[in-house]
Ligand binder design. Structure first.
Ligand code: HSE
Length: 311
C-alpha cells in the first residue's frame, strides 16, 4: 500500500497592529490540509483541490502549495512523482494567511514524505517561495513564519529570513472575525503609502517595541497600549465596511486592542482570557451584522505548534 501523508497548517494573523510585515501569530483553526502520496510521473501533480469553490489554480507552477512542494523537491534533487490533494479550510482573500497556509502545508507534507530531510525552520524559504507567487512577488514571512513554526513570530529580517519566536503570556487569546468579503493582498498593499513620515515611524516602532516587551513581561496593559497601527490600518480601514464600529465594539467588550488581521478584511482582537475573547468575538460579529455583513468568528489561544502531520 502506498503511504499517504497529511498535514494541517493553521491560519495566522499577520502584522498584529504594530508589526507590519514583521509580526504574526498562529491560530488553532481554521487551516488548510495537504495530503501527498508517491505516484505519477516525476515532480508534483495536483490531483484535486476542495473547499476553494474552484478559485485556485490547478497548475503546479501557479499554485502556492505546488510551488512550495516542487521547490523543495528541486532543492533536494529528488525526481520522484508526488500526487497532491489540497483541502482549503480558509477562504481566499480573507486576511488570515490563506496562501501561506497552503504553501506551508505543501512544503511540510513533502518533507515528511521524503523522511524529513530538512528541519522545520529550514522549510521557510520553500514555503515563502510558494506564498510569494500569490502576493505578486512581495516577500514577507509574517504569515508563513507562524503557520510553519507556531507561536508569535517576529521576522527580524525578511531579506535574511531571520525569525524569532517570542514568548506568549498564558492568558493571551485572540478573537478573529471574518466578514464575507474578499480583499486581495495586492489590492490592500496598493492602498498603502510608499513613504512613511518620520513622526509615524516613531509611533510605530515605539508600539512594536512595547508589544514585544509586553509579551515578554506578560504585561497585558502594555500589550493593549501597544496594539496600534499608524502605518497600514488607517489606509486599509476604508476597504472594510464598518471597521471602526467593529474595533469600537471589541474595545467596549474588553479587548486589549483590535486591528486588521493581515491585509484584511478579517479583524482580530487580543484579549486576556478565553471568556473575554468569546465576548469580544460576539461583539465584533454583531457590529459586522449591523453593517449587513455576515461573518464567521474564531476564538483561539496562540497555537504554539504550527503545521502538524495528522496522518
Ligand atoms: N503583512 C502583509 C500585509 C500580510 O499586511 O500586506 C498580508 O499577507
Amino acid at each position: 500500500m502506498k503511504s499517504e501523508i497529511e498535514v494541517f497548517a493553521p491560519a495566522t494573523v499577520a502584522n498584529v497592529a504594530a508589526g507590519f510585515d514583521v509580526l504574526g501569530f498562529a491560530l488553532h483553526r481554521p487551516g488548510d490540509t495537504v495530503l501527498v502520496e508517491e505516484g505519477g510521473l516525476g515532480g508534483v501533480e495536483i490531483v484535486e483541490i476542495t473547499g476553494d469553490d474552484g478559485e485556485l489554480p490547478r497548475a503546479v507552477a501557479d499554485n502556492t502549495a505546488g510551488i512550495a512542494a516542487q521547490a523543495l523537491l528541486d532543492h533536494l534533487g529528488d525526481r520522484r512523482g508526488v500526487r497532491m490533494h489540497i483541502h482549503k479550510g480558509i477562504p481566499v482573500g480573507s486576511g488570515i494567511g490563506s496562501s501561506a497556509c497552503s504553501a506551508v502545508a505543501g512544503a511540510v507534507a513533502v518533507n515528511e514524505l521524503l523522511g524529513r530531510p530538512l528541519q522545520r525552520p529550514d522549510l521557510l524559504p520553500f514555503a515563502l517561495k510558494g506564498e510569494a507567487a500569490a502576493s505578486a512577488g512581495a516577500i514577507h514571512a509574517d504569515n508563513v513564519g507562524p503557520s510553519l513554526l507556531g507561536g508569535m513570530v517576529l521576522v527580524r529580517s525578511n531579506a535574511e529570513l531571520d525569525t524569532v519566536n517570542l514568548p506568549v503570556p498564558d492568558q493571551l487569546f485572540a478573537a478573529v472575525v471574518l466578514p464575507r468579503l474578499k480583499i486581495l493582498t495586492s489590492m490592500a498593499r496598493e492602498a498603502l503609502r510608499s513613504q512613511v513620515p518620520l513622526a509615524d515611524a516613531v509611533v510605530q516602532w515605539g508600539n512594536l517595541g512595547g508589544l514585544v516587551a509586553g509579551l515578554a513581561r506578560s504585561d497585558y496593559g502594555l500589550i493593549g497600549r501597544s496594539l496600534k497601527d499608524v502605518v497600514a490600518e488607517p489606509y486599509r480601514a476604508p476597504l472594510i465596511p464598518g471597521f471602526a464600529a467593529v474595533r469600537d465594539a471589541a474595545l467596549e467588550a474588553g479587548a486589549l486592542g483590535c486591528s486588521i488581521s493581515g491585509a484584511g478584511p478579517a479583524v482580530f482582537a487580543l484579549c486576556r482570557g478565553d471568556e473575554s475573547a468569546f465576548r469580544v468575538a460576539i461583539a465584533m460579529q454583531k457590529a459586522f451584522d449591523a453593517e449587513g455583513l455576515p461573518s464567521e468568528r474564531f476564538v483561539s489561544s496562540i497555537n504554539p505548534l504550527g503545521a502538524q502531520r495528522i496522518k
